[in-house]
Design a binder for this molecule. Sequence first.
Ligand SMILES: [Cu+2]
Length: 100
Amino acid sequence: MKNLLLLPLLVAVAFSFSVNAKTIEVEIHGMTCALCVDSLNRKFNKMQGVSKVDVSMKMKKVRLEIDSTSPTIVMIKQAILDTGFMPIKVTLISDDQAKE
Ligand SMILES: [Cu+2]
């Protein structure tokens, strides 16, 4: 019975974690056409913890909205390498804890 009282608390904690997202931008080398953009889009759309993917060939950048804990920068870089591109620079655009 005590567990039932804990449940709402656990749900609240889990919810606050999922809400705690951040946006990062990765400069990518090697994108040359729409198929490159497409393969990166598909790769990140499959990745757990990624809520939004925005690939720009013009800017040579991928912008991702991700959970605060996962995926890590290392995982993101590896995913880019796996897709056949070179991650150049990772920038944290916003952290919702820092948002006003
Ligand atoms: Cu291409």
